[in-house]
Design a protein around this ligand. Sequence first.
Ligand code: SAM
Ligand code: SF4
Length: 482
Amino acid sequence: MSAPKYHLTSYGCQMNKLDSELVESRLRQRGYVAATDEGEADVVLLNTCSVRQHAEDRVWSRLGKLRIRKRSEPGLVVGVLGCMAQEHQRYLLTRMPHVDLVVGPSAFGDIDDTVERARSKNAEVAAARAATHHTRGKRDVAGAGVVATGIGVSGDTIVRDVRVRPHKSQAFVSVMRGCNMPCTYCIVPTTRGDEVSRPIAQIVDEAERLCGDGVTEITLLGQTVNAYGRDLGDGVTLAALLAALHEIPALRRLAFITSHPNFLSPDLIAAMAALPKVARYLHLPVQSGSNRVLKAMRRGYTTERYLARVEGLLAAAPDFELHSDFIVGYPGETAQDFDDSAALLERVRYAQSYVFQYSPRPGTLAAELPDDVPREEKERRNQVLLALQERICLDKHKALVGSVQEVLVEGPSPREPGRLTGRTVHHRIVHFDVPAGGTDLAGRYVPVRIERALAHSLVGSALRETDAEEAAVPQRERATPA
Ligand code: SAM
Ligand code: SF4
């Protein structure tokens, strides 16, 4: 009998992508193989996101199509994993009978057993149907109804199979789950529960195993990653974790996302400045440039306090770049509030910003307020911020033309396979031509001379070994951003 095939789609944040890797590793250990096409899979899994309505809509639409397919394939297993499984479990079980599995983000530890149970239940249904020449009816799409949700048990308790990862030299490591912050618009604390940090020793062990398998760049993940450790006590902090990981000889770059402005502490700033392997960017979402809106969002800081923290960081480590998230169209956001966001974006001169149109999430405090900024106006504000951000990016990129950047090569450029793509220590994307006689450079750190600036990336040429030695000035001296 051939091995059963699965097809897994991940929506949303990096945390979800990492959870998906975990799910895949469990299934592969159990003998499953990845299907290249969803149509040939015996098990179709959707690892979902609830942060905005748009992400949920995409999943509802996929489920509609799977319902049709399941009418003719009763053995097919359809699974909804992640935040929507947690948030909509009742609806999925009562109104979507073709869904076999509903597995919340904290219940991935034994996902292979859960999938197996659903497969054998469906096989029984399919056999019974074949035996009775059952005609089509509502029960044809009845799912196995296997549920595993609940908050608190973490997938991180399982020993990770470090060989399952998309890039040979880069890996994500989850250091904490959940979130304790009271942001009025956000569904994450509901779907992912309270903050739970992993012990330092467990994280270092995982990082060492990853580095032993060829990883040189690690990105630590947490919803408020710089609050890491506060539930553990004993003075465990992100600064201490960074220092511990820094000792791993094979590790060359260490990044962490996403930070909350309230936890950008002096000891963390000192660690970021002092530890040369720490990547030189900080994702520190501000959400709004208006104190009135920040207060309504319950973000817990003012723009003045935010800017003071950023200035503190840049005074200690001037080579850092800031990244941000903005929400436009929060209930009651006036034209002036929005202008304040635009002004703050200009003032900080972020290297990158994600801009989100406010999307009411049922059950959150903000969802009780009128969603009073019209859709077209949200769209306009979104475009204005994006255009501003693009201009700033382009200016910063132009200032880098002529410089040499150390690029960690990820592989062929997705749009131009003749070129290679990688990232700088500031997380900038660089495309460059494959050098003559080019060997497989994926996973290597290559010096690239920047020749052209685009809004979202840089274009350059790889230096030959001899030129590279000549240009071998420490990275941070050359890469100072505009
Ligand atoms: N924990 C991180 C933080 O506090 O910045 C980010 C986590 S959240 C999943 C990612 C981003 O989604 C947030 O920074 C916010 O900008 C955006 N977001 C969250 N809820 C939203 C909502 N209801 N509507 C629009 N954007 C939202
Ligand atoms: Fe959501 Fe706020 Fe927690 Fe970020 S800090 S995950 S925006 S509640």
